[in-house]
Structures are given as C-alpha cells and as structure tokens.
Design a protein. Structure first.
Length: 110
C-alpha cells in the first residue's frame, strides 16, 4: 500500500465518527498499525476529523503509543510518565516539548 501523497506532501487521514481512518491519498481505510508504519517510514501525515476538520494528529499519535505500551512494548518507564504528568500546569510546561523533541533528535542521530 502506497503511503505517500500523490504530490509528495502531507498525507491527509480522515477520522470518521465510527473511528475508521481513511487515507485520502490511497483512497482506502487504514488502521492505527498502518499509521505507525507510516511514522516509521517518515511519511508526513495529518489526521483530521471528517466532520469538523479538527486536527486529531496529536491524539492519534498518543493513542498509538498507548497501544504499543499496552501490548508490552514498554519504552516509557513509570517514573518518566509520572514526571511528565507532573509537568502539566508547571511553569516549565511550555519548554518541555521543544526540549524533548531536541533530545530525541540528538538520541536518534547517535
């Protein structure tokens, strides 16, 4: 199944009320496993609510992580999760996303 959009840009995935995901690039329904594979293949995509157009990408990516964690592929230690939760509402909350992203980029480069 081709995952890239026809113009090489961002693939639009529509999420319907019945929780089905539709890849507008391939005109086919896909699963969270397909989206996880697209992430691994560095395919840029956005998940949009089919009715409202709201961007659901963050929530869907979080759901993929939760599914992986529940399946036994635990990469996120409990203490890290507790620390992360404790940062919500903290004055450092605004800085944490860019710090984590830079840290992960550095980790993947080495």
């Amino acid at each position: 199944m081709a995952s890239e959009s026809k113009n090489g840009g961002t693939v639009i995935i529509k999420k319907y009320a019945n929780r089905r995901l539709y890849n507008t690039s391939t005109s086919s329904y896909i699963t969270l496993d397909h989206l996880a594979q697209m992430v691994k293949e560095n395919v840029d995509f956005k998940v949009l609510d089919a009715k409202t157009g709201a961007d659901l990408t963050h929530a869907i990516l979080t759901q993929i992580i939760m599914d992986e964690e529940a399946a036994g592929e635990q990469m996120l230690p409990t203490n890290f999760l507790r620390q992360l939760i404790s940062m919500y509402g903290n004055s450092m909350q605004a800085f944490l996303p860019s710090y984590l992203e830079a840290s992960m980029d550095h980790f993947r480069e080495n």
